[in-house]
Structure formats: structure tokens, C-alpha cells
Design a protein. Structure first.
Lengths: 293, 537
């Protein structure tokens, strides 16, 4: 498969602080890669290196087989990027800012722009200083999504979006994916990338700690379940796929392996379910578990 | 009524605590700057010093810069009279600016940042903040006034009397309060803090320039200028406290107006309405140049207008110069002897002053690129096919253009008004004025290139260029008054440039400084091309 992004042994220091110590991963053509890690783990730093905004101190990073620093302009002609923190010129309107970006990018699609503005329910006539955080994010997303690029890089794209808008974003990304484009999607919430990503790369303290397809990572994903039953809930403790079982009266909280979720539900229903809540795994849970084993 | 201001005392104490360091630097810095030069002036005053100074300072160019003196005969020109004459206006202006910036940073800026909202959610009245800030200003300036008075008195100089010392201090303190009042009103009218800062400083600048004109033509007219109420107290000579009363009344009026305006508006908005925006961009915006013009437009237009007004104000003085000479034999002799006309001499000095101010605009434009960078405005654009060279050279190009436009407008408006006010009697034509202005182009380019160098290698130092500009300006400002050693004056770039039309144009210097500036810009580019973009963190 053709490699779109190739990163090997990437390092970056900010003064004495080592932000990246060993980053390796690849993004293949047509692949959606979820890039996840807790706050300050180095996601944005990695992305900035990929975009030629900052230097690397060691290692290699290539996009389309070209060096990300030396040949950045060649690369930029074929990519789109949305920063994690979209800040805008207060005196320009959202519509003007999107147009400007499309023009400077060079491969913007005016029709797609208009379509996305409607889809995301953005008021393009409003001066940017009047936009909420979510609306600013929309401006960045619409600008990037209305270009025709081969690689899209999103840094925490849904921060600040309400669930409805988040769903629209996911749909639009899916369309790009179907068109065969490559996408790098950073986030600190696993569930956010779960739906879209073919592959997940996990970074922690500047190091890649896990890479693999979602299936390969399945062993890492457990949901936190809160269950109250009519029967004795303690019986749940012994079931396959249940971990960290804690009980209070007839209510229990435990982690459940997603692949055993069917068995767990069947057992629970035998006891008569009064309450069942399942919270998808947060990244921290995932890391905790990653280090447990 | 009481409710609106509820809790102001808590905030007031809070501010004093929070700003303690700033207040100490403020009072000590401004206080010593205003008061501690007495020994230096004693040096100047030795021998024939006072007489020489008196003659120098009667030159209309000097009056336009430092203000008038009530003294009519050289023998009455004492050390105290000279000190007040040379220092008071300038220090008062300084106090005004500092206070205005402080008021806006505690009112409008905090509001823009959303801090006020937080504070107001406690049991604090709507207008408590403004009152607290004004009280803080009052407090600081009273201390400042007493400090200045105390320090000056302590030198024990005969002609620097106790009453004069405290009047001198009080005039400077009052200037601070005036500046704060103006700023508080602007903070209500303008839709955002940058506008409030710009307009408050603009008004102060305007007052300064208007008084330059009235001081030369008719000092009585300066009495209706709020800035006039500070230096027209004439400490050590007439010791006139009355202007301070006008100033106090005026400041109170400003406060009342500001409180009225504030009471009637919504938080986060101003009185000048926001316009509806465009659905899609105009063609002219769609390039790096278009964007940079757009984001610098406000600053550029306001400064360029300021340059025109400044030129016109100084230009209008020309008409009064001959009358002025007619009434002053000493000066008349001086000019007849040296063989240069009073107008030419004036042009040489004023041009230097104006061109220093013109340099502010290009520095601001170059520094803007870094402030855009650190505010993350450009993040998404870095990932397009736009090169760093385009960002850099577009900024530099715009800055140089603004510098050229600034020189043209300032020198043109000075010349135009001068010619209009004197007609045939003026020996210079508009080209002489433009030549004298563009003669300073290398110095404007030099300041631009220093900002460019900082942008490339140490962008956080971009602000230091302003400090160097202020330093150069002060050196030239006082350089014409004090007798500074040659090497020391030469640390200011403008000192290298001959003052046309009194002195001859020096092509070598012109080319050399221009080339050095271009080299510095290229060096800056090399740094900009290879450094990390600084984003947040
Ligand atoms: N310009 C900089 N100077 C100094 N330290 C920096 C700089 N940029 C990033 N860092 C540090 O590098 C580390 C990694 O930051 P980075 O922004 O890459 O994290 P992140 O994974 O994107 O986190 P988040 O989820 O909060 O966005 C952090 O500890 C951050 O403080
Ligand atoms: Mg980040």
C-alpha cells in the first residue's frame, strides 16, 4: 500500500523539555488514522512538525514521500489542515475567512463551501468576534472540508461542537474517506475516532505506545458499566469479560470487555435489570489498562 | 445609585495589591524622570548657560516641542524657570499616557477578556470597577505628585521653591488624572479595547499638537486645551494653581459622562455599532497582501490621518514666525547672523520630530505579523501553499509603503500648510519640504529593519524596537537642549542624518543607512524562514 505519511524516530525538544521522544507511524493511502493521547502528550506538536510549522530535532517525517520541512510547499498544495484551536480575525466574517483560505489553498470548491455552510448552520455574515467557540471551529472545518486535497489533518476537530454538529462532521469525513482520501484525526477521546478510524495510533508523553487497527486494539477497549438488578448483582463478578468489579447494595460498577458485552447482557437480564448504564472507555482508562497488562 | 458602585472599595484594595509592583515602577520611574534632573540642569545653567538656553528655547520650533515660558527677559530666566519650561509638558504628557493605558487595561480590556463578567457575578455593582480604577488612579497620582514635589525640594536649590516643587508635582499628577478621564470615556464609546486605546492616545496626541500651534501663535488659546492646564501652571515663576482647578473640574465631568455612558450600555459592547458583514469575500481580500492590508487598515489609516494633522498643526505655526521675530531682538539677531531663515531652522527640527513619529507605523506593521502568529491567526494558513517568504516580505513591503506614505503625508501637509499660511514670503517650496522629509527615509527604513530582524530571530523583542525609537527620539529631543558628547548622540540613528534644509543632503549617508537596513531585512528573512512558528505555549 502506498504510504502517505511516514514518521520515523521523530523527536522534538522545547528548550530542556522533551515534547516528543520517539514517534513512529504511517498513514496509508485511503486510510483514516486516529491519533489519540491525553492532554500534552504531543499530538499537536507532531502535527505541527508534519506541516512544517516547527522543526524536528531528530528523525524523519515525510508526506507523499517528500520531506515535511524542505518540501513543505509542495506538500501543502495537496493537504488541508484544521488546527486544534481555531482563532479568527475578529473584523472579518466567517464567509470571508473561508473564502480567503480557499483562495490561498488553491483548490477550493465554491459549491461545497456553500453546501457546508448550510449543513453546519453557520451564519457566514457574522463578524468572527461574535462567534462562539463551536462556530469558530465550524469555520475552520468548512474551510478545510471544501478543498480538494489528498490528505486531511484534523487536530481535535470536534472540540466545542455540539453532538448534532459532531455527527455532521463525522458524516462529511466519511464522504471524504469514501472518495479515497487519507485522513489524520487527533483526539483525546477514543470513541470520537472509533467510528471513522481504520487504525489508531496512541501517543503518551511523546512516545507512541500502541498502534493498530481497531480490531487489534479491541483488547484494550472496555466500557464502564453501572448495573442495578433485582437479583443478587454479585453474581456478575464471576462472568468472563468483567473486571474491576465493585458493588454497593444491589448496584455494581465494573469494566466490561466490549467483545463479551453480549454474554454480560444475557447474564444481567437473568437477574432482572433495573438500571443499565454503559460509558465508553476514556483514554485514561485505556492507558491504565494498557499499563496493567 | 449606591448599588451600582457596591463593592468598589474591595476592588480598589484588590487593585492596589495586584498592581503593587506596577505602581512602584510607575511612581519611581515617572517621579524620578520628572524630578531628579535638577543637578543636571544646574550643570547646564553654569556661566552663560541660562542665557543661551533662554535664546534656544525661544525658537518657535522649541516652543512647539517643549512649550512656552512666561519669562520675558533673559535675566529672569532662573534654573527653576528653565526646569519647568523644559520638563513639565513632556512629563505631564507621559503621565497622561501611562494613566490612560492603565485605565483601559483595567476596564475595557478586562471586559473584552471576559474577566468583568466573572467579577460582576460576585456581589459587585455594575460600575464598581470603573470607580475603583479611577480611585486607584487618583491614589497613584497623588502619591506621584507628592513624591515629585518632595524630591525636587530636597535638592535645596534657591530658585526651586517649596511651593513651586509641589505645584510641579501636582501638575504632573493632574495630567495623569486628565488622561485617565479621557480614557474612561473612550473605553465606553469604542467597541473594543484596541479602539479605546487608539482613540485615547489619538486625542492626547491631538491635544499636544494643537497646543504646539497655540503656544506659538497665542498662548492664551492654550488655556482652553486640557493639556494646557498642566504646564500653564508655570511652577517656579508664576506659580499659578488655577489651571489645576479647571483640570479637576474637567476630569470630574469626564468621569460623570463615562459613568452615564457605562450605565446605559451592555457589557462587551460600545456606542459605535458593529456593521453587518459580507457573506463572501471581496476579490481584494483574497491574497496575503489583501489580508494584511485588511488587518492593518485601521492602524494605518489612523496613523496616516494623525500625520496629516500633525503636519498641518506645525505648518500653521509658520505664519506667526515673523511676528514672533519682530518682537524678539535677540532671536532676530541670531537668525540674521547665521544666514538661515527662521523657517528653515524650524523645518529642520520639526522634520526630525515628525519622522521619528512616522517610524512608529512601519514598526507596528512588522510587529503585527508576530502578534498574528502568536494569536494563532495564521495556523491554518501555514498549511497552504503560501510560503513564509510571502508572509514576511508582504509585511515588510506593507511597512515600507506605510513609511513612504507617512513621510509624504507628514512632510506634504507641513509644507502645504506652511505655504498657505505664509504665501510668497516663504523661501521654500513644497519640494524643499518633501526633500527634507524623504531625507529621513533611511532612518524610517532602519527602524523597520530592526523590527524585521527581531521578527526573524527573536520575535518577542519586537517591542524593544519601540524602546530604541523612544530612546533615539529623547536623545534628539534633549540633544538640542543639552550638550551631549558626539558619540552619545550618534547612538540615535537620526543624528547621522543631516537636518535639511539647514544642512546639505548627504548622499553617502543616505545610501549607507538604506543598504544597512536592507541587509538587516534580509537577515531577518533568513531567521524567519528557518525558525519555529511560536504558537501559544
Ligand atoms: N512552543 C512550545 N514551547 C514549549 N513547550 C511546548 C510548546 N508547544 C508545546 N509544548 C509542550 O509540549 C507538550 C506537547 O504539547 P502538544 O500541544 O503537542 O500536546 P497535545 O497532545 O496536542 O495536547 P492537547 O490534547 O492538550 O491538545 C506539552 O507539554 C506542551 O506544554
Ligand atoms: Mg493539541
Amino acid at each position: 500500500m502506498k504510504e502517505i505519511i511516514t514518521i520515523q524516530g521523530l523527536e522534538k525538544n522545547f528548550g530542556k523539555f522533551q515534547a516528543l521522544s520517539d514517534v513512529n507511524f504511517t498513514v496509508n493511502a485511503g486510510e483514516v488514522v486516529g491519533f489519540i493521547g491525553p492532554n500534552g502528550s504531543g499530538k499537536s506538536t507532531t502535527i505541527r512538525i508534519l506541516l512544517g510549522i516547527i522543526h524536528r530535532d531528530a528523525g524523519n517525517a515525510k508526506i507523499f514521500g517528500k520531506d515535511v520541512w524542505k518540501e513543505s510547499i509542495e506538500i501543502h498544495k495537496r493537504i488541508s489542515y484544521v488546527p486544534g484551536d481555531v482563532t479568527l480575525w475578529g473584523s472579518l466574517t466567517g464567509g470571508e475567512i473561508i473564502d480567503l483560505f480557499l483562495k490561498l489553498h488553491g483548490r477550493g470548491d465554491k459549491q461545497k463551501r456553500d453546501y457546508l455552510i448550510k449543513r453546519f448552520e453557520l451564519d457566514p455574515k457574522k463578524k468572527a468576534k461574535g462567534y462562539s467557540k463551536g462556530n469558530r471551529q465550524k469555520v475552520g472545518l468548512i474551510a478545510a472540508l471544501s478543498t480538494d486535497s489528498d490528505l486531511y489533518i484534523f487536530d481535535e476537530p470536534t472540540s466545542g461542537l455540539d453532538p448534532l454538529m459532531e455527527a455532521i462532521f463525522q458524516e462529511e469525513v466519511e464522504k471524504i474517506k469514501e472518495a479515497g482520501k487519507s485522513i489524520l484525526l487527533s483526539s483525546h477521546i477514543l470513541s470520537e475516532v472509533e467510528r471513522l478510524a481504520d487504525k489508531v495510533v496512541i501517543i503518551r508523553q511523546g512516545k507512541i505506545v500502541e498502534t493498530g487497527t481497531l480490531d487489534e486494539l479491541r483488547h484494550l477497549t472496555r466500557s464502564t458499566v453501572t448495573l442495578a438488578t433485582e437479583g443478587d448483582v454479585a453474581e456478575m463478578a464471576g462472568i468472563n469479560g468483567v473486571f474491576d468489579f465493585k458493588q454497593k447494595d444491589n448496584q455494581a460498577t465494573f469494566s466490561a470487555d466490549n467483545q463479551y458485552i453480549n454474554d454480560i447482557l444475557m447474564e444481567a437480564s437473568k437477574l432482572g435489570v433495573k438500571k443499565f448504564e454503559s460509558v465508553p472507555p476514556t483514554l485514561e482508562d485505556l492507558f491504565m489498562r494498557h499499563y496493567e497488562g | 445609585m449606591k448599588e451600582k458602585f457596591a463593592g468598589w472599595d474591595t476592588l480598589f484594595l484588590q487593585y492596589l495589591k495586584r498592581d503593587l509592583k506596577k505602581i512602584i515602577v510607575w511612581v519611581l520611574g515617572l517621579g524620578l524622570f520628572s524630578a531628579a534632573f535638577v543637578p543636571a540642569f544646574e550643570e547646564i545653567a553654569k556661566g552663560q548657560g541660562l542665557l543661551g538656553m533662554y535664546e534656544t528655547l525661544l525658537n518657535p520650533a522649541m516652543i512647539a516641542m517643549v512649550g512656552p515660558t512666561p519669562i520675558e527677559a533673559a535675566v529672569d530666566y532662573t534654573l527653576g524657570a528653565m526646569y519647568a519650561h523644559e520638563m513639565l509638558l513632556f512629563c505631564g504628557l507621559f503621565a497622561m499616557v501611562v494613566a490612560a493605558l492603565h485605565v483601559i487595561s483595567h476596564t475595557r480590556k478586562e471586559e473584552d477578556l471576559g474577566l468583568t463578567e466573572l467579577v460582576r457575578s460576585f456581589q459587585i455593582g455594575r460600575q464598581a470597577n470603573s470607580l475603583a480604577v479611577m480611585m486607584e488612579i487618583l491614589f497613584i497620582n497623588v502619591i506621584l505628585a507628592l513624591f515629585i514635589g518632595g524630591v525636587m525640594m530636597s535638592f535645596g536649590v534657591d530658585t526651586i521653591s517649596v511651593e513651586g516643587s509641589f505645584l510641579f508635582g501636582a501638575s504632573i499628577g493632574m495630567a495623569g488624572i486628565l488622561g485617565a478621564g479621557i480614557a474612561l470615556v473612550m473605553a465606553q464609546i469604542m467597541p473594543a479595547s484596541s479602539g479605546a486605546t487608539g482613540s485615547a492616545l489619538g486625542i492626547i496626541g491631538l491635544l499636544y499638537i494643537v497646543r504646539a500651534g497655540t503656544d506659538v501663535s497665542n498662548v492664551d488659546l492654550s488655556m482652553i486645551n486640557p493639556l494646557g492646564w498642566t504646564y500653564l501652571t508655570y511652577p517656579f515663576t508664576e506659580n499659578n494653581w488655577i489651571p489645576l482647578i479647571f483640570a479637576l473640574i474637567f476630569s470630574l465631568m469626564m468621569m460623570v459622562i463615562a459613568f452615564r455612558l457605562e450605565g446605559a450600555r451592555d457589557m462587551g459592547s460600545g456606542y459605535l455599532p458593529e456593521r453587518e458583514g459580507r457573506e463572501s469575500a471581496k476579490k481584494s481580500l483574497l491574497s496575503v497582501r489583501g489580508l494584511f492590508i485588511k488587518i492593518n487598515k485601521g492602524v494605518m489609516i489612523s496613523w496616516l490621518i494623525a500625520f496629516v494633522i500633525m503636519g498641518a498643526a506645525y505648518g500653521s505655526i509658520y505664519g506667526d514666525m515673523q511676528t514672533f521675530l519682530g518682537s524678539n531682538e535677540v532671536m532676530k539677531d541670531m537668525f540674521t547672523h547665521s544666514g538661515i531663515s527662521i523657517e528653515e531652522s524650524f523645518t529642520g527640527t520639526i522634520m526630525m520630530v515628525m519622522m521619528s513619529l512616522v517610524s512608529i507605523l512601519p514598526i507596528a506593521i512588522v510587529n503585527k505579523l508576530f502578534s498574528e502568529e502568536s494569536r494563532l491567526h495564521l495556523s491554518q494558513l501555514y498549511a497552504t501553499k503560501v510560503t513564509r517568504g510571502q508572509f514576511y516580505w508582504t509585511s515588510i513591503g506593507l511597512a515600507v509603503f506605510a513609511g513612504l506614505a507617512g513621510i509624504l503625508l507628514a512632510a506634504g501637509s507641513l509644507g502645504g500648510t506652511a505655504i498657505a499660511s505664509m504665501g510668497d514670503k516663504l523661501t521654500m517650496d513644497i519640494f524643499d519640504f518633501l526633500a527634507a522629509g524623504f531625507n529621513f527615509l533611511p532612518s524610517v527604513l532602519f527602524f523597520t529593519s530592526l523590527a524585521a530582524l527581531a521578527l526573524g530571530w527573536a520575535p518577542k523583542l519586537g517591542k524593544v524596537v519601540y524602546i530604541y525609537l523612544a530612546y533615539s527620539f529623547l536623545l534628539n529631543y534633549f540633544g538640542s537642549i543639552l550638550d551631549l558628547p558626539e558619540w552619545f548622540s550618534k547612538t540615535a540613528i537620526q543624528s547621522w542624518i543631516p537636518k535639511m534644509p539647514i544642512e546639505e543632503f548627504d548622499a553617502l549617508i543616505f545610501i549607507m543607512i538604506t543598504v544597512i537596513s536592507i541587509v538587516l531585512m534580509i537577515l531577518g528573512y533568513l531567521g524567519y524562514k528557518r525558525r519555529d512558528m511560536i504558537e501559544g505555549a
